[in-house]
Design a protein around this ligand. Sequence first.
Ligand SMILES: [Zn+2]
Length: 113
Amino acid sequence: MPVTQKRPKHVPERTCIVCRQKRPKWELVRIVRTPQGALEIDNRGKKAGRGAYLCRTQDCFESGLKRKRLEYALKVEIGPEQRAGLLEYSKRFLTVGNGGEHRAELHVKGACE
Ligand SMILES: [Zn+2]
C-alpha cells in the first residue's frame, strides 16, 4: 500500500544578525544596503545589494543598531538620520519582544501577497 505523504515545503531560513536565531525568511526583516550606499527595508526580499536579516522585533532592531551589528553586517556606517529612520520603522511596524509574533506574521504575509 503506497502511503501518500505530504512533503513539507522547503522553507528558506535566515539567521538574525543580532540574536542568531534561525527563522523562516518571512519572519525576518531584510535590510539592504543599495549600490548607492543607502539603507532600505526590503519587505519582499528582492532588492539588490548587500542584505542583513533581523527579527521583526524592536529588541533585535534596537540592539542591532546600538551594538553596531547592522553596520558590521552591511559594512556600512549608519548615520544618525538613517538610524532614526530605522528606529522609527521598528516602532511603527514591529512588535516589542516576542509577544506579538502572530501579528507580525500577518503583517508580513499581507506585505508579500
Ligand atoms: Zn533576532
